[in-house]
Design a protein around this ligand. Structure first.
Ligand code: PMP
Length: 427
């Protein structure tokens, strides 16, 4: 493969003409392919269909420990549900709070409570402060950034590197600035890069000196168990690291079964230190008498029946790994060795993130859209929707069928090539 840089003007023009012809022929097909959000495909949600038969009108709607799930009660969830989530979150069951159907809601509400009431160790509610800032390792998850925007929390972009956030920068910032109250982290198979934080990064996050006494790490472990291969990325336990560093109140952990069972109808959970949990529960008790225990019971019974969560996740991997493999294969085939894009090959999670040459991402996404391929908006992976490099594009390969995905990725690669060559010619 020849690097685009090594081609002269007429060679570039000739290539561009051919690529554009190919692009036009795709455009004529009037395709409508959507790769914008990380949704499980229908075959994946089918895996959990038997769960729907596990809580029926014929059942004894009681848990093994005798809780009647038909009635009120259980603010922090069924004991069995807490036991289920404890190893996923890496804490003891007593440190788990079961929520409703969405971990994003729990993150949103955790921020809302911090704004209204402060967290353990806060002198004042965060909203009473002149400024509140959060560190946003980027590329990151757009909905985290949307929560900050909603609450008027100023976002500071820090690069997300292959082994985690740029910690030199993070440490320097949090040491000096008391208005920095938190950091968002998707520590395993991150959205969108697919990378996992190294032990060193986890330790540094747990230990770092923060000017704010009430600094919090929002540890969104959404993809904790979403492996694609038998060789898993290993993530160090941040809660243990925080306890060891004498900062046990520093971390809020989140997870859900959205991409294990049913997105929108799964079970979410959070975890934190005993002091944090006590405060959260006292505030939650005003908001609700308790979350949906029938759904918790359904989930508990399902995983007992399935044998193990791990086996269930292997079935997901069997369905989606070919899609990740196909995407990487096509990137290699069409973009490899050309010096116009870089990407990682994740071994878990839901996304592949690709970096084009600086200044190309927006145009690539727009061109793909014109040919019927909808991608996550360029910039969405950065705070305020502004990618300073205009280079990051999130690919969500799980939802389309393998055939659809193949066409969508071919068109995408074509768009990357066209925009890169046009940029070179214009330079
Ligand atoms: N966190 C991350 C990093 C995600 O990618 C997603 C789903 N796209 C969520 C949270 C949403 O989780 P839930 O369905 O539990 O609200």
């Amino acid at each position: 493969m020849t690097e685009v840089n090594q081609l002269n003007k007429s060679e570039l023009e000739e290539q561009l003409e051919q690529l554009k012809k190919k692009y036009e022929s795709y455009k004529e097909k009037e395709l409508a392919l959507d790769m914008s959000r990380g949704k499980p495909c229908p075959e994946q949600v089918d895996l959990s269909r038997p769960m729907l038969d596990l809580v029926t009108s014929e059942d004894l709607l009681k848990t093994d420990s005798g809780v009647d799930v038909r009635n009120y009660g259980g603010l922090d969830g069924l004991a069995e549900a807490k036991e289920f989530f404890a190893p996923i979150l890496g804490v003891a069951p007593a440190e788990v709070i079961i929520g409703g159907n969405s971990s994003l809601t729990m993150m949103h509400d955790t921020i809302a409570r911090a704004m209204l009431f402060g967290v353990v160790d806060s002198e004042k509610p965060w909203s009473k402060l002149e400024k509140v800032k959060f560190i946003c390792p980027s590329p990151g998850y757009d909905r985290h950034f949307a929560i900050c925007e909603l609450f008027g929390i100023e976002m500071i972009t820090v690069d997300l590197l292959e082994d985690g956030p740029d910690m030199d920068k993070v440490e320097e910032l949090v040491k000096e600035d008391a208005t920095i109250k938190g950091i968002w982290c998707v520590p395993k198979y991150s959205n969108p890069m697919g990378n996992t934080f190294s032990d060193e990064i986890v330790n540094r996050l747990a230990k770092m000196e923060t000017k704010a006494n009430d600094f919090r790490i929002f540890w969104d472990n959404a993809y904790a168990i979403h492996h694609l291969t038998l060789v898993h990325d290993k993530l160090k336990n941040i809660y243990d690291a925080c306890v060891e560093a004498g900062n046990e109140n520093r971390v809020f952990l989140f997870a859900s079964t959205s991409k294990v069972t049913f997105p929108g109808a799964g079970v979410a959970a959070m975890a934190a230190s005993p002091d944090n949990v006590t405060k959260i529960k006292s505030e939650l008790s005003i908001q609700t008498i308790g979350p949906d225990k029938m759904n918790q019971l359904r989930h508990v019974r399902f995983f007992e029946k399935e044998g193990s969560l791990e086996e269930h996740m292997k079935k997901h991997a069997e369905l989606i790994k070919p899609k990740f493999d196909k995407t990487i294969e096509l990137f290699e085939k069409f973009l490899g060795g050309k010096g116009i894009a870089t990407w990682l090959s994740p071994v878990g999670g839901y996304f592949i993130s690709i970096d084009t040459l600086d200044g190309c991402a927006k145009e690539v996404v727009a061109l793909a859209k014109e040919a019927g391929v909808t991608l996550t908006g360029a910039g969405a992976t950065y705070p305020y929707g502004k990618d300073p490099y205009d280079s990051n594009i999130r690919i969500a390969p799980t939802f389309p069928s393998l055939d659809e995905l193949e066409v969508a990725i071919e068109i995408f690669c074509l768009c990357v090539e066209i925009v890169s060559i046009e940029k070179k010619l214009a330079a």
